[in-house]
Design a protein around this ligand. Structure first.
Ligand SMILES: Nc1nc2c(ncn2[C@@H]2O[C@H](COP(=O)(O)OP(=O)(O)O)[C@@H](O)[C@H]2O)c(=O)[nH]1
Ligand SMILES: [Mg+2]
Length: 228
């Protein structure tokens, strides 16, 4: 699943990369009425390739809402492994086969992780690296978990994992959504495995990271802690 908001310059390349490394994968683009025409581009790509489908949503409601709609879509069909992946080419498609393998070897949730040995980030200023690593450390300490990359958005869920997660209770819209999903999986006693990835900062288009997304994540961690 690839959520998009103004990713016109990136989307086609991102889908091509997925199919280069995983020709059998189906791609669902979840577009929130991008003003730049990403949704129309997705429709044109879908018309040419049966493996591509598009979910058009009425308005921009954040990454979390877009993914929840995508999860519902996938669970209504017979998909076994469901991936989250950004459209901006930050997530390396070459990791997909390794993530599939981890899921097939028993992981209920596989995280593409920047902060385990062998992983990393290319192109981020120090400030953003500190924010990401600091954010994961903060979540790890407060929640008492051993996950190194809590905020990453490159994930592979087994179908059964999504079926067990309390998706209807999740209200987090921004990056906190990623922390919350991973935390809920750990709470259920599910097996979460981190696979090293090299994340490359976007070259085209703009990041949707904002102060409100950051604040939401900061507060969420405490909410999760007390909701044990
Ligand atoms: N559908 C949808 N996609 C979004 C929304 N916000 C962000 N995205 C997508 O989520 C992915 C990650 O966002 P991005 O801005 O790259 O975050 P960053 O890499 O952490 O700065 C990209 O594919 C975005 O286009 C949203 O409100 N709706
Ligand atoms: Mg990005």
């Amino acid at each position: 699943m690839i959520p998009t908001y103004n990713e016109l310059e990136n989307l086609e390349t991102a889908i091509k990369a997925v199919h280069e490394h995983s020709p059998v994968a189906h791609v669902l683009v979840i577009d929130d009425q991008s003003p730049d025409g990403t949704g129309e581009l997705a429709d044109r790509l879908a018309a040419k390739d049966d493996r591509i489908q598009v979910l058009h949503r009425a308005e921009k409601e954040g990454l979390g809402r877009a993914y929840l709609a995508g999860f519902q879509w996938a669970l209504a069909r017979d998909y076994e492994l469901i991936f989250e992946m950004d459209a901006d080419l930050s997530h390396p498609a070459e990791a997909i086969p390794r993530m599939v393998q981890a899921a097939e070897s028993g992981a209920d949730l596989v995280l593409g992780s920047r902060w385990v040995s062998g992983g990393g980030v290319i192109g981020w200023p120090l400030k953003r690296k500190v924010l990401s690593q600091g954010g994961s450390l903060y979540a790890r300490l407060i929640l008492g978990a051993t996950i190194k990359d809590f905020t990453g958005g490159f994930k592979c869920f087994k179908r059964e994992t999504l079926e067990r997660l309390p998706l209807e209770t999740i209200e987090t819209a921004g990056y906190g959504f990623q922390i919350e999903l991973t935390w809920r999986a750990l709470q259920l006693g599910l097996h979460v495995v981190e696979i090293p990835i090299t994340f490359t900062d976007r070259v085209a288009g703009l990041s949707k990271m904002s102060t409100s997304i950051f604040t939401e994540a900061l507060l969420l961690v405490w909410k999760l802690r007390w909701s044990r």
